[in-house]
Design a protein around this ligand. Structure first.
Ligand code: NAD
Ligand code: MG
Length: 398
């Protein structure tokens, strides 16, 4: 069997580490061509020593020089490249078979788009890239013929429940609704009053999943589900009315598709990202992922609740941004990234996150985002506006 050559953007993060865990179980199938990281250079060093990629990418020249010399001493010939251009370069290496897009946030857009434009098999974890640039992203997929496989567990579940067929419209396939499940996050039962005082540590302690800090806060505000609603819209061509969010605290059903005849097809599994990662890596085959078998007797019951838009206004804002279209999802995503950073790093209260996003959406004029420069401009304006609103709020509190 010819081995698949993999590029992992964001190799040191939660998705990156899980991807290497799955790939490492199948050295006969996968070889690692390039790994990239933003901060955890020690972890990147260890990954390079084990997987011997041709390239590693880091953000700065001094870090690159240090890493390369450590790698030489360890007998590893990996070349270390620097910066955003290098991220794009490794994302479209001619002999790369698949690219795992696992950088967090808008920083992942350019390299992920480079992989799409090069017609690669793109394993999409970086939902923010798709949310901020939906129309540009999807038209590049159509133009290049890239194979886009969802890593987000819900979208991977929907893809599987659509029987791996996203070539025709949902209507043609007889799909009535997409039921996007949500765990409800760590504050599913918290009152509005207690939400006012939550700390970053509490927000990042997800009951079912271990993830990076940004997506953990997104899960706590339920913006993660909001971003996933928009992601589902673009990936599956689903209209807003066809997407329903169902809170399912056990995170065993990863999402469902309801058909015209009343059939509902779901994908189940333990909440372990190695399942969707293995599914996409081996697609259309199936491989072992190191995931524990699902023990339904131990789980005992599956619960479902409607989402509460008043305690989780971020979810409402995401639905509204999808309805408004144009630059609204770009603005939503950028304002959310700024607000989450202010919550994690600058002590901004948790419930200010939706306020900053709502005010930013109201302040940035509506516009179309039909090309990449328009997306980047909307992203920059929204960030600037959101930062100003954060400063104002933090000053008011001081
Ligand atoms: P993480 O914070 O653990 O890792 C992020 C990775 O991106 C790291 O390798 C980091 O070095 C790199 N990175 C960060 N900022 C960068 C920058 N400016 N430039 C280049 N690289 C940068 O995040 P994660 O939890 O692995 O999530 C990654 C993506 O996958 C996110 O978009 C998230 O929404 C999505 N996702 C994650 C999970 C999960 O279970 N963790 C599930 C579904 C989707
Ligand atoms: Mg998800």
């Amino acid at each position: 069997m010819k081995r698949q050559k993999l590029v992992i953007l964001g190799a040191t993060g939660s998705i990156g580490v899980n991807t290497l865990d799955v790939a490492g179980r199948h050295p006969d199938r996968f070889e690692i061509l390039a790994l990239t990281a933003h901060s955890q250079t020690d972890r990147l060093f260890e990954q390079c020593c084990r997987f011997r990629p041709r390239y590693a990418v880091v953000p700065a020249a001094d870090v690159a020089a240090q890493l390369e010399s450590r790698l030489r001493q360890a007998g590893c010939g990996t070349s270390v490249l620097v910066g955003i251009d290098a991220l794009e370069q490794v994302a479209c290496l001619p002999d790369a078979d698949a690219v795992m897009a696992a950088i967090v946030g808008a920083a992942g857009l350019r390299p992920t788009l480079a992989a799409v434009r090069a017609g690669k098999k793109v394993l999409l974890a970086n939902k923010e890239a798709l949310v901020m640039a939906g129309p540009v992203f999807m038209s590049e997929v159509a133009r290049s013929g890239a194979l886009l496989l969802p890593i987000d567990s819900e979208h991977n579940a929907i893809f599987q429940s659509l029987q791996n067929d996203i070539s025709s419209s949902l209507e043609k396939k007889g799909v009535r609704r997409i039921l996007l499940t949500a765990s409800g996050g760590p504050f599913r039962n918290a009152s509005l009053e207690t939400l006012a005082d939550v700390t970053p540590e509490q927000a990042c302690a997800h009951p079912n999943w271990v993830m990076g800090r940004k997506i953990s806060v997104d899960s706590a505000t339920m913006m993660n589900k909001g971003l996933e609603v928009i992601e589902a819209h673009w990936l599956f061509g689903a209209a807003r009315e066809c997407i329903e969010v169902v809170v399912h605290p056990q995170s065993v059903i990863h999402s469902m598709v309801e058909y015209a005849d009343g059939s509902v097809i779901a994908q189940l599994g333990n909440p372990d990202m190695r399942t969707p990662i293995a599914h996409a890596l081996a697609y259309p085959e199936r491989i072992e992922a190191g995931v524990e078998p699902l023990d339904l007797h131990r789980i005992g019951r599956l619960d479902f609740e409607p989402p509460d838009f008043s305690r989780f206004p971020c979810l409402r804002l995401a639905f509204e941004a999808l309805e408004r279209g144009g630059n609204a999802p770009t603005v939503l995503n950028a304002a959310n990234e700024v607000a989450v950073e202010a919550f994690l790093g600058a002590g901004m209260p948790f419930m200010c996150i939706p306020m900053i996003i709502e005010e930013t959406l109201a302040a940035v004029p509506q516009a179309d985002v039909e090309d990449l420069p328009a997306v980047m401009a909307a992203d920059a304006t929204a960030r600037e506006t959101a930062r100003r609103l954060v400063r104002k709020r933090c000053l008011q509190q001081a």
